[in-house]
Design a protein around this ligand. Structure first.
Ligand code: ATP
Length: 375
């Protein structure tokens, strides 16, 4: 039966309490519930083996969920074979047909769907020009660069105008310059087409730059879902706090003492920080009165202040500085890392103890910033 042109496409996905246990007993996906909205670019992020590919493969129908429901446009799809799901998928190995030209590769799904040669050719030309591969249509995959091959794979996936586009680490076989370039192109293309996209990666830079929302997984369990700003700035779990961002978020243990209507005291070792009651962050920790919590502070949120700053500060001594060109990282004896940039905006120049910068920053005084992370 001819499909594609004019046919309704799937645009939303919902997973309800989905688990996957493989025959060997591996629990790859553990009770995941996730909604992907129409036109959204959702990234599944997590370390190798966390179950993100398995989630994608269940949406595509390549694996059966052991428990739970996969809904496509609100309808239960657990038993729908992959070819009836009207979903396009791109894998990391591209999987092009080596004996076919680029033109034939891209038009293949249209041929399968029974589309006539004339509209087929037109569609292939449109897609190829959108992807910047119009001039290599006559070549075989072996005569293409890695980036061109990936564009052909994408062309073949989108030529049927799917409503839902699944991508599993599509850039992982490319070098870093090309990755960054294609990352921007994929974002632009999927948004232009308005296609709902679910994109799997273990690369957090990819996730944070491309996603409308990121879903972070660990050992089969969904840890957090939100916009890049939300998951980076307000991580739901300690795991996400430590996983996202480089340098790693500072996670310091503190005891909480609430001084009602005045301030919340966070006792970190020998020193204390005081969050005024008017600071909304004080409300977030107030119900841990008398308990120990972990406070998360981004290194870039810790900024040196002049030593006699009267404000509420955290004091630490620099153990060593690491230069990164545009900034330096100061590793402090209180177990925290701070980003240090001098007044001119240039990295602090310090090679040995006793020199200008280090003496000046010998007693680094740090402001508390960032949000306390719940344990
Ligand atoms: P990667 O990025 O390395 O592909 P991932 O996050 O995509 O990792 P999955 O491929 O979904 O992870 O695998 C999740 C877990 O399930 C892993 O422990 C993996 O070894 C296991 N697994 C995957 N496929 C199978 C299978 N067919 N049989 C048994 N175990 C499997």
């Amino acid at each position: 039966r001819p499909r594609c042109l004019g046919e309704e496409t799937v645009t939303t996905v919902a997973l309800k309490d989905v688990s996957k246990v493989f025959r060997n007993g591996t629990l790859a996906v553990d009770n995941v519930t996730l909604d992907v909205h129409d036109g959204e670019f959702m990234v599944l992020l997590g370390p190798s083996g966390c179950g993100k590919s398995t989630v994608l493969r269940m949406i595509a129908g390549l694996e059966d969920p052991t428990r739970g429901a996969v809904l496509l446009d609100g309808e239960l799809a657990n038993d729908l074979p992959p070819q009836d799901r009207r979903i396009a998928m791109v894998f990391q190995d591209f999987a092009l047909y080596p004996h076919m030209t680029v033109r034939e590769n891209i038009s293949f799904p249209l041929r399968l769907a029974g589309i006539e040669p004339a509209p087929r050719g037109e569609r292939v030309a449109d897609v190829a020009s959108a992807l910047g591969i119009g001039d290599v249509l006559g070549r075989k995959p072996s005569q293409l660069s890695g980036g061109q091959r990936q564009r052909v794979a994408m062309g073949r996936a989108i030529v049927r105008r799917p409503g839902l586009f699944l991508m599993d680490e599509p850039l992982s076989n490319l070098d870093s310059g090309l990755r960054a370039e294609l990352r921007a192109e994929i974002s632009a293309l999927t948004r232009e087409l308005g296609v709902t996209t679910i994109y799997v990666t273990h690369d957090q830079a990819e996730a944070l730059t491309m996603a409308d929302r990121v879903a972070i997984m660990r050992r089969g369990v969904l840890q957090d879902v939100g916009t890049p700003t939300q998951v980076y700035g307000r991580p739901a779990t300690l795991y996400v706090a430590a996983f996202l961002g480089s340098p790693r978020m500072n996670l310091l243990e503190a005891s909480v003492y609430v001084h009602l209507d005045r301030y919340v005291q966070l006792k970190l070792g020998e020193q204390s920080l005081y969050l005024p009651w008017t600071d909304i962050r004080s409300r977030a920790v107030a119900h841990y009165h008398g308990e120990r919590i972990v406070v998360g502070m981004r290194a870039e949120a810790l900024t040196p202040v002049v030593p006699d700053d009267p404000g509420d500060v955290l004091r630490g001594r620099i153990r060593y500085l690491e230069h990164h060109g545009h900034e330096s990282l100061a590793f402090l004896d209180i177990g925290a890392t701070a980003v240090v940039v001098d007044e001119m905006g240039a990295p602090v120049e310090v090679t040995e103890p006793g020199q200008r910068g280090l003496r000046r920053l010998g007693r680094v005084v740090q402001r508390l910033a960032g949000r306390p992370v719940e344990p």
